[in-house]
Design a protein around this ligand. Structure first.
Ligand code: AKG
Ligand code: FE2
Length: 358
């Protein structure tokens, strides 16, 4: 069986910054930030040479197939319907672009810095996906908690350094209120969320229909929060790590000019993408990045799985967002005084998408 191929799409290397440059608060990285995240940028930027990153990445990504192969009974115990499966194990709960349930991948969600961000029952009920508690497979896969927290914290620390330089860049272009600082917003947040993703091996029978689509493994979307850290994915066949045999598989991005490109970065780099909330708060100086993931095609795909990790850095549910006057997306959700907490803002957005209260 063969899959029809899609028109050639350029493959672009991410803009890179070294860890030592990023650590230096006096370094002027504005042009790099602009090249990565600005209005004409690719929308992704990666950080090289982060001490300890490579082994923490491997340690965690190797656990994704092991987690996915635990018994259904054990995985069920790791589910949290109250948070709409935003903590613990989630498989077949989210919808694909087609409206069908997403059976292609399983995710494990946890907050890498706080196991229980609050004990306030009212808050937990109001914002379950931010305020809920972690669920770890203590008996079935005890290594997961340690590896997840270690990688999540590292990506968060490096993300804070990057956010500092993003603030420097934005404040060169516009007057920035202190409360709009990306670094401060991320630093004050009690609810960063890590997502360990496991893409199950593609079935040949799915191929002809799905592989033509660029978003065959993960649909087009922009992340909702502030900044997302991403690892380079690991592909395995029969539990052996191999380089991805299909060069067209992987992460795709829609650039500011509407061009679609395949974005690549090294195994030893942490990539960062801008979320929608940062685009709004920076009045578009930092632009959110639409992205999707393409599955490998039939011949190459057999028995090939993909594991990766994303860290969603987002404001605290209680963070008062100071929206600039000239908001260009979701304008109708912002009250006249320009203030809303991130928790309230997220609720309004969900209502908008689900047409509940609009
Ligand atoms: O699998 C990937 O590389 C990206 C995942 C992603 O975009 C997400 O979880 O929001
Ligand atoms: Fe994403």
């Amino acid at each position: 069986m063969s899959c029809s191929s899609q028109p050639a799409v350029p493959t672009l290397r991410t803009v890179t910054v070294s860890y030592s440059e990023l650590k230096d608060k006096d370094a002027d990285l504005s042009w790099k930030i602009e090249e990565g995240f600005g209005p004409n940028g690719l929308g992704i930027l990666s950080v090289q040479d982060v001490p300890g990153f490579s082994s923490l990445r491997r340690d965690l990504l190797h656990l994704a197939p092991r987690l996915a192969s635990l018994s259904e009974e054990v995985k069920k115990e790791l589910e949290d319907p109250d948070s709409r499966y935003n903590f613990g194990w989630s498989h077949g709960k989210e919808k694909l672009e087609s409206g069908k349930l997403d059976m292609l991948k399983g995710s494990f969600y946890a907050n890498p810095i706080l196991d229980t961000p609050t004990t306030d029952a009212h808050l937990i009920q109001r914002y379950p996906s931010y305020c809920g508690s972690n669920i770890w497979p203590d008996k079935a896969l005890p290594e997961l908690e340690v590896a997840f927290k270690a990688l999540g914290k590292l990506i968060l620390d490096v993300g804070l350094m990057l956010a500092y330089h993003c603030d420097q860049y934005v404040s060169k272009g516009k007057k920035m209120h202190e409360s709009q600082s990306l670094e401060q917003i991320i630093r004050h947040s009690r609810c960063p969320k890590g997502r360990l993703l496991y893409y199950f091996p593609t079935q040949e029978s799915n191929c002809v229909k799905d592989a033509e689509s660029m978003s065959s493994w993960c649909g087009w979307h922009t992340d909702h929060g502030s900044l997302t850290g991403l690892t380079c994915a690991m592909y395995t066949r029969d539990a052996v790590e191999i380089p991805c045999p299909d060069s067209a598989a992987g992460l795709y991005i829609r650039t500011r000019t509407g061009q679609i490109v395949k974005a690549v970065f090294g195994e030893d780099e942490i990539a960062y993408q801008v979320g929608e909330t940062s685009e709004i708060l920076s009045s578009g100086y930092l632009c959110a990045t639409p992205h999707c993931v393409q599955a490998p095609k039939a011949k190459e795909a057999s028995c090939l799985d993909r594991s990766t990790f994303a860290l969603f850095m987002q404001p605290d549910w209680d963070e008062k967002l100071n929206f600039p006057e000239e908001v260009h997306i979701h304008k109708e959700l912002i009250p006249a005084n320009g203030f809303l907490t991130f928790g309230e803002y997220t609720e309004k957005l969900l209502d908008k998408y689900y047409h509940l209260k609009m």
